[in-house]
Ligand binder design. Structure first.
Ligand code: ADP
Length: 671
């Protein structure tokens, strides 16, 4: 029995994407591209949010409220702002923790500076809303002004964005709803925030968003009296603010549009390397919408980023937009989503449809609009067909390339009835027939295709015998001087919550194992598309003659290709190889555990990528002499004959990994 890609015992690690981020961007919080759709650009793959640091930077100090006499223990530095440093502080009596902005008097010596801080305090203390950072209290001592705020332990959307680069649409909806709720409250109170940006959207332990930092906020004295000052974050300034025509509620909406764009696209809409150019782009509303955005997302952004403030969508209209009404918004996001793509479980459409069908057939609730009997029957049959289709899709997504039925760990409650199986068979056959009717050449010589179960068994045998006979050693044997050439996965993206798993091989070929078990590959020269309906049914098409039926898969394949090209870095220094010399390779299966990603290929190659230190173990068999390649955390790769390791032993580091791989394979084989 095969366990397919959904075998993820530790949901925390079901990140959408893998591979490795670009090294940190050089400058000023610029977009560090890592991601899908993904992890910390700081050359780190997804990691759990860091545990609170032991107070390292500064010695712990007690702070006393001179009037009330309360004592606070100053903890770690949370961040630095324009005037303030923000520290974690704990009330010694109540043990309550706050985020405290500490502003030295010396920094606000000028009257207008102090006035600014006092204005912020005055304004913020009057705000009480679920999605606004709670203002607790403030006091001063001889050195500083202290502003006690609700502590948001998961920092801000800026931190999440840095780690993820882009968020999924449901995540954006989740945060945006909360921001809009806070913003409606502010606008209703006649307050403009004027500095809406990712860094001012804080996230608490519970993953609730809180709008904060009222340093630039201002009251709208009257509807006509607009604030004329230029303030805010340059990239997010609205055209009318740049033209000094004043900042109205619509200008906050504009900034919100920039936030949405940044979260979905990975960079601010008007970002350029030159501020003047950025301002020019803003004034002319010159930005591009990436092709991968959904149509509602594109429409939402264009509806917000309008030059004329009165043409922009209002907050209400944003909530009523198709982006929200047609898309799923999670009730809650997992904390792991701060650093990695979450696996979201939208309400099961099959269940929803089923509920609708049963309700219509048997429910007490009458449909609101009266319909004629035939119309109603038609609706019901549509629903039933929809229900069946959904079940089929879900069932198919648990099949491997070999077409084996697999038992998913999180099996959907829909059982596979004979009707569904037949329907699926039928649909595959018809796809097969109709593709055959096109100009496909079903020709490419695939290497002898070893089934996944056989790859697993053979690897278990090899590793078992190697580990049991190797002598203890502290180091690895001499690696092979010149690299044996074999294909390995240099980049990968897990987008299985929507399409499938994409990867790039060292021969630059791109492959996608779709959720329905079919496989599509793009040749290294990007001219040919290879489609595998099953392992044995293979079709090849020139890019210029893709049949109608495969257009959508091809678009997804191209999306994966350009995503990996643009956002991911090669996972090691193994040489690239020539595609021609290495016949087509199929990814048969992939499995994620909490520590590693396992991939099995049709030529018997097995690759395991360890997330936390980016090390990789590749077992390949060119010429049937088994090779073991170890890619170290420094991305250096060493290839050994497995037989040398068996005879001479290997470093504890490598041995640990081999044992892990063996255990993983054995667990799978037992399933
Ligand atoms: P600025 O607005 O210039 O970024 P702030 O003084 O508002 O400066 O905040 C400085 C940093 O302190 C923020 O970037 C953030 O990292 C941290 N911070 C501020 N408020 C909170 C809070 N309520 N909870 C957690 N961290 C906070």
């Amino acid at each position: 029995m095969e366990l397919a890609c959904y075998t993820q015992p530790h949901p925390f690690h079901c990140s959408l994407m893998g591979s490795e981020p670009y090294p940190p961007f050089p400058a000023a919080g610029a977009a560090q591209h890592q991601h899908q759709p993904q992890p910390s650009r700081a050359r780190a793959e997804p990691q759990q949010p860091a545990p609170p640091q032991p107070r390292a930077a500064e010695p712990t100090r007690m702070i006393a409220d001179p009037l009330k006499g309360r004592l606070y223990c100053k903890g770690r530095l949370l961040g630095k702002g324009g005037f303030a440093r923000c520290y974690e502080m704990t009330d010694v009596n109540s043990n309550k923790t706050y985020a405290v902005k500490v502003i030295p008097h010396s920094r606000v010596a000028k009257p207008h500076q102090r006035e600014k801080i006092m204005n912020e305090i005055e304004l913020h203390r009057g705000l009480h809303h679920k999605h606004i950072v709670k203002f607790s209290h403030h006091f001063e001592d001889s050195e500083n002004i202290y502003i006690f705020l609700e502590h948001c332990s998961r920092k801000s959307l800026a931190h999440i964005w840095k780690a993820r680069h882009t968020l999924l649409e449901p995540e954006v909806r989740y945060y945006l709803k909360q921001i809009i709720s806070a913003l409606k409250y502010l606008h209703l109170k006649g307050i403009l925030h004027r500095d809406l940006k990712l860094g001012n959207f804080f996230v608490n332990d519970n993953m609730e968003l809180k709008v904060g930092d009222f340093g630039l906020a201002a009251r709208r004295e009257s509807m006509d009296q607009k604030k004329k000052t230029i303030c805010g974050t340059p990239n997010y300034l609205a055209p009318e603010v740049l033209h000094r025509q004043g900042h109205g509620p619509e200008s906050d909406v504009w900034s919100l549009g920039c936030v949405v764009y940044t979260l979905l696209c990975g960079n601010p809409p008007f970002e350029t390397s030159d501020l003047k150019e950025t301002y020019r782009c803003i004034k002319q509303v010159e930005y591009t919408l990436p092709a991968f955005l959904s149509t509602p997302a594109k429409q939402l952004i264009t509806g917000i980023l309008k030059r004329n403030p009165s043409d922009r969508l209002t907050l209400e209209e944003i909530l009523d937009h198709e982006f929200f009404t047609k898309g799923y918004t999670p009730d809650k996001l997992p904390p792991s989503s701060c650093v990695m793509v979450p696996e979201l479980n939208p309400p099961n459409p099959a269940k929803t449809l089923f509920a609708k069908v049963t309700k219509t057939l048997f429910g007490k609730k009458k449909p609101t609009i009266k319909k004629g009997p035939s119309e109603e029957k038609d609706d019901i049959s549509k629903l039933v067909v929809g229900l069946m289709k959904t079940s089929i899709c879900r069932q198919m997504s648990y099949k491997t390339v070999e077409g084996n039925e697999v038992t998913p760990v999180t099996c959907p409650s829909i059982s596979c009835s004979p009707v569904e199986t037949l329907a699926e068979e039928g649909s595959r056959k018809s796809v097969s027939r109709s593709i055959r009717g096109t100009a496909a050449s079903s020709c490419e010589a695939f290497e002898e295709c070893i089934p996944a179960s056989a790859v697993t068994e053979s690897a278990i045998g090899l590793l078992k015998s190697c580990l049991s006979s190797m002598p203890p050693a502290q180091r690895n044997p001499a690696s092979l001087a010149c690299h044996e050439h074999f294909a390995w996965v240099s980049k990968w993206v897990d987008y299985s919550n929507k399409y499938g798993f994409g990867y790039q091989l060292s021969n630059h070929r791109i492959g996608v194992l779709f959720n329905d078990g079919t496989h599509m590959a793009l040749s290294a020269d990007r001219k040919m598309v290879h489609y595998n309906l099953t392992n044995s049914k293979h079709f090849a098409f020139p890019m210029s003659a893709i049949p109608e039926q495969l257009q959508s898969q091809t678009s997804v394949l191209r999306y994966f290709a350009s995503y990996m090209e643009q956002h991911l870095m090669k996972g090691g220094d193994l040489p690239s190889i020539d595609e021609i010399e290495h016949p087509a390779l199929l990814l048969l299966q992939w499995v994620k555990t909490d520590q590693a990603l396992l991939m099995l290929f049709s030529n018997g190659t097995l690759q395991v990528n360890f997330y936390n230190d980016h090390t990789k173990v590749i077992l390949s068999k060119p010429d049937h002499s088994c090779l073991l390649t170890y890619v170290t955390k420094d991305r250096n790769s060493y290839t050994y004959k497995l037989s040398s390791i068996r005879e001479l032993g290997c470093s504890p580091e490598l041995q640990y990994r081999l044992k892990y791989v063996l255990k993983l394979l054995q667990e799978r084989a037992d399933t």
